[in-house]
Design a protein around this ligand. Structure first.
Ligand code: CA
Ligand code: CA
Length: 193
């Protein structure tokens, strides 16, 4: 990969406008920021983790960042291209509630089989707890990933099969916004501009 053009071409812009909620000016602006962070135009996992580390200097965001990286890297080539980056950012910052919930669901559904198991839920919550470190003051019944996951399953697993379907997750998240907030805007990577 050589040096990238410093601006998006008009056909790239057209393509990105059709699949994001950003306008031309915003896209060029984000592209400039993106290239500053990764001049060859693709973000590697270590670089992605480093961005999270800047935002959570007192925690260990590496594990959470690796889960998020996998969701951003839609074609699974081990890099986040600008298009992958901006599409994810569009959903997490400006998407509809259902789009955000779908995105969050895919993060919790680690093996992508269409259901969130208790183990998967514990994995992600553990990663979130590690990331925020001691920033959060947690009530007694939520102070371990297991307790938090049990509480969420009690609320969301309507048919008690110990798995959350997308519908259960969607409905449940609407009454417990923490689960989505924790992985979208509040903790998502925000590049400096
Ligand atoms: Ca699963
Ligand atoms: Ca269920």
């Amino acid at each position: 990969m050589g040096k990238r053009a410093s601006k998006l071409s008009s056909s790239e812009i057209k393509d990105l406008i059709s699949c994001t909620y950003f306008n031309k000016k915003e896209l060029q602006h984000w592209y400039k920021d993106f290239l500053r962070e990764c001049p060859n135009g693709a973000l590697k996992q270590e670089e992605f983790e480093a961005i999270y580390q800047q935002f959570f200097p007192h925690g260990s965001p590496k594990k959470f960042a690796s889960y998020v990286f996998n969701i951003f890297d839609t074609n699974k080539d081990g890099h986040i291209s600008f298009k992958e980056f901006i599409c994810a950012l569009s959903i997490t910052s400006r998407g509809t509630l259902d789009e955000k919930l779908d995105w969050a669901f895919s993060l919790y559904d680690v093996d992508s089989d269409g259901f969130i198991t208790r183990t998967e839920m514990i994995e992600i919550i553990d990663a979130i707890y590690n990331m925020v470190g001691n920033l959060m003051d947690l009530p007694n019944d939520e102070n371990t990933p297991e307790k938090r996951a049990n509480k969420i399953f009690q609320q969301m697993d309507m048919n008690n099969d110990d798995m959350l379907s997308k519908d259960e997750f969607r409905e449940g998240s609407k009454s417990d916004p923490w689960i989505v907030r924790a992985l979208t805007i509040d903790t998502g990577p925000q590049m400096t501009s």
